[in-house]
Design a protein around this ligand. Structure first.
Ligand code: EPU
Length: 423
């Protein structure tokens, strides 16, 4: 099994560019199922999850070609298969984003029901409730969700019981081709939802209000192919911002609207960093000390759950105690046990972790448990004394493009060891 080897202690300095956002690219790939034609998608990050979604839509009949480094063309003229197999869906929950577009296009979707995952139960009841309100007939059998729709979806007013990012996306996509208008209330406001709405509107949809908690979609009869440039990854940007803070560094993250990482910037400046917001970037300069800050995760524009593990890594070295509350997923503290193995002092009670800062962490062999947990272990390793190894890094490869190369360029001592290599 590949692993990442880090020799901690070097302050990171310099500039690092942000790649395209995985969580914006995935729904845009599935949106191409809505209408035939040739699409060009650029700024696509080179990630395992992208390879999975490409394979999935190919199974459904699309033709996906990587034409340049980060550019893909997709021809979805011949999409005719409505079945998304277990083998693919089980490796990536976001596969359920095909439900809305497939049913809208083909009147049928049979998609393996994603199970629980490392960070929580993650049901998709809200996706299904919304699709049912749009008129679909939904059955669950043999581990699959089977959706049928006679004719076009029928516009409806849908109130989401919980705010869900991919749920909002699925319903928005389904409603684009519905008969009549749909209103989604209590919708997710994440920038990736807005990016999807922009793309759908470029395809001929009529969506208004994306980015607010009420999204209105006036159904149209036909959509057409369009092109998209994927927005920058705010979570990758945030991870590099914490990398600067935790190593006592001075790093400028380029290619991101600083507004998208404002909730993190605020916490980092409360913690003692000097943050300079640039036109398309942010500079994070450490002042040497880390003050404790309390963090509660929330939907956008609140503090992202996808940055909770990384800010916790930073707080392990703070000058006092901080309280970190995870309010989105019920089991997203898997990194705690690994951070403790480096000497961190963390106690967990339910959804709250109390982190008492220690003066230093010591390098250790660690195991990644999920994508963002892996990032937090890398960050802790960058600050720790001595060598840290992080194994099971296939989690990391799902969501961070060329992370070792990027960190190396700003001064980290980090490399990847191939499985089985003797040391
Ligand atoms: N939920 C329900 N029912 C539903 C849908 C969600 O109860 O039908 C609950 C979930 O269990 C969770 C909460 O609602 O407690 C929020 O989940 P949401 O549906 O918003 O999460 P998601 O759409 O599955 C996306 C990102 C995640 C990110 C979350 C929250 C993608 C592909 N994934 O997941 O990203 O953590 O939103 O912001 O966009 C990651 O990139 O590492 C990652 C996990």
């Amino acid at each position: 099994m590949d692993r990442v080897v880090i020799n901690g202690g070097a302050p990171l300095r310099g500039e690092v560019a942000v790649s395209g956002a995985k969580n914006a690219a995935l729904p845009i790939f599935t949106a191409t199922l809505l209408a035939g034609g040739e699409y060009e998608l650029s700024n696509i990050p080179d990630l395992q999850d992208i390879r999975t979604i490409a394979l999935l839509i190919e199974k459904l009949g699309a033709k996906v070609t990587r034409t340049g480094g980060s550019t893909y063309t997709i021809n979805s003229e011949n999409v005719s298969n409505h079945q998304a197999p277990y083998d693919l869906v089980r490796t990536m929950r976001a596969s359920c984003l095909v439900l809305g577009p497939l049913t809208a296009r083909l009147g049928r979707a049979r998609v393996s029901l994603p199970g629980g995952c490392a960070i929580g139960e993650r049901p998709i009841d809200q996706h299904l409730k919304g699709l049912s309100a749009l008129g679909a007939d939904i059955k669950i059998d043999h581990g699959y969700v089977d959706i049928k729709m006679e004719g076009r979806f029928k516009g409806a007013s849908i109130v989401m019981d919980v705010i869900t990012v991919t749920g909002t996306m699925n319903l928005m996509m389904a409603a684009t081709l519905a008969e009549g208008s749909t209103v989604i209330k209590n919708a997710a406001k994440e920038p990736e939802v807005v990016a999807l709405a922009v793309f759908l509107n470029d395809m001929g949809a009529k969506i208004d209000g994306a980015g607010s908690d009420t999204v209105c979609i006036e159904g149209v009869r036909h959509l057409h192919a369009a092109n998209a440039r994927i927005i920058p990854d705010r979570i990758e940007a945030g991870t590099f911002m914490v990398a600067s803070a935790i190593t006592g560094g001075d790093v400028t993250i380029t290619g991101i609207d600083p507004l998208l990482v404002r909730s993190l910037s605020d916490k980092l400046s409360q913690s003692g960093c000097v943050i300079s917001e640039l036109k398309t970037g942010a500079r994070v300069k450490s002042t040497g000390s880390i003050r404790p800050v309390d963090v509660t995760t929330a939907e956008y524009p609140g503090f992202p759950t996808d940055m909770q593990a990384q800010i916790m890594a930073l707080m392990t070295l703070a000058d006092g105690a901080s309280v970190i509350t995870e309010s989105i997923f019920e089991n997203r503290f898997m990194h705690v046990g690994e951070l403790r193995r480096m000497g961190a002092d963390i106690s967990v009670s339910g959804a709250t972790a109390t982190v008492r800062g220690v003066s230093s962490l010591s390098g250790a062999p660690l195991m990644a448990t999920d994508l963002r947990a892996s990032a937090s272990l890398i960050l802790a390793g960058l600050a720790a004394k001595g060598e840290t190894t992080v194994s099971r890094i296939y989690h990391l490869d799902r969501g961070y493009e060329h992370i070792e190369a990027k960190l190396k360029r700003i001064g980290a001592s980090i490399s990847r060891e191939k499985a089985g290599k003797a040391r």
